[in-house]
Design a binder for this molecule. Structure first.
Ligand code: 1HE
Length: 282
């Protein structure tokens, strides 16, 4: 159920001074905190390069399904030198087909909660963003890369295949041909190349990612919940529809959004010279 169902924009807004723990029970590999209306999730297993074991994937699902009211955006980042080394290869034991499908489905379910969850998610990337780490990043709505970032899909060379939704999300971001190349040859792409091919939309200096991601998350959390719902839930689905159906859904969605009391108040503010103007370079 969408976060805003049954709630007004006013109820979703919280004091900007709130910070601290989120009181969501997570495994040791994940750390959660809040800064005002932004929830921060940190992959916190740097000794294993934030490799994603089953417990961590379940923890990610728990986090995204337990966000309290008043959270308007999530910032996802990683501790240590790397964002994530992907699937925890030490857990890759002999699985039969049924177990393999269940494992992949676990990742699908968890990442679905990111992509089609309650609030927008900004991922801050640095160092290795490989295999399942890249699949995780692809489920976020905005990606910020520090210049240390590099991308790879080493599954091909390990005799396995992506299982965290990569075949669905990555071709939509970078094209099937590029993903095929990454998987067939194991090549890496740099942060600059990732930015040029649309994997990220922000590229920042080493160490500057968290501040940039938090700035974006705070700005996003200031949108009305209804607009963020439309952007998260309607936009990607309209983009996959045939144009005629897309126009119809767009007309409905835009009329619902503009009828909201908060939208009316914001338009009035602008027309009465109180609302912000669009500023270049922001
Ligand atoms: C790991 C993992 C891991 C590191 N699973 N333990 N992913 C990969 O094929 C990437 C594998 N990892 C690497 O290539 C490198 O570790 C990195 C380039 C990411 C980082 O290198 P480096 O030199 O900083 O670290 P390291 O010395 O290689 O690793 C430090 C420790 O982390 C070491 O353990 P230790 O006990 O010897 O200290 C490594 O074994 C451990 N480690 N990466 C388990 N991935 C849903 S399907 C998704 C399919 C995939 O994701 S396939 C891609 C898997």
């Amino acid at each position: 159920m969408p976060a805003f169902a049954g709630m007004t924009a006013e109820r979703m807004r919280v004091s900007n001074t709130q910070s601290g723990s989120l009181r969501i029970k997570l495994p040791a590999s994940l750390l959660a905190e809040r800064q005002g209306d932004v929830a921060i999730l940190r992959l916190s297993r740097p000794q294993k390069r934030n490799a994603l074991d089953d417990e961590t994937i379940v923890g990610i699902e728990t986090f995204f399904t337990s966000l309290p009211d008043g959270i308007g955006a999530v910032l996802l980042h990683g501790e240590g030198e790397h964002f994530s080394a992907g699937l925890d290869l030490s857990e890759l034991q002999e699985r039969d087909i049924k177990q393999g499908i269940a494992h992949s489905s676990l990742w699908h379910r968890a990442f679905e909660k990111i992509q089609f969850g309650k609030v927008p998610v900004v991922a801050v990337l640095h160092g290795a963003v490989v295999g399942g780490g890249l699949e995780l990043a692809a489920a976020a709505h905005i990606r910020v890369a520090e210049r240390t970032t590099y991308y790879a899909l080493p599954e091909g060379s390990r005799g396995i295949y992506v299982g965290g939704g990569g075949s669905v999300r990555l071709p939509r971001l970078i094209g099937t041909a590029r993903m095929m190349d990454m998987m067939l040859t194991g090549r890496t792409y740099s942060a600059e190349e990732g930015q040029a091919m649309g994997l990220t939309t922000y590229l920042v200096e080493p160490g500057a990612g968290f501040a940039k991601g938090l700035e974006l998350a705070k700005r996003i959390a200031g949108n009305t919940p209804l607009t963020n719902f439309a952007i998260l839930q309607a936009l990607p689905r309209i983009a996959e529809m045939d144009p005629a159906a897309g126009y119809a859904i767009e007309a409905l969605m835009s009329s619902i959004a503009q009828a909201d009391g908060e939208a009316k108040a914001r338009l009035k503010d602008f027309l009465e010279k109180r609302g912000p103007k669009v500023k270049p370079g922001t």
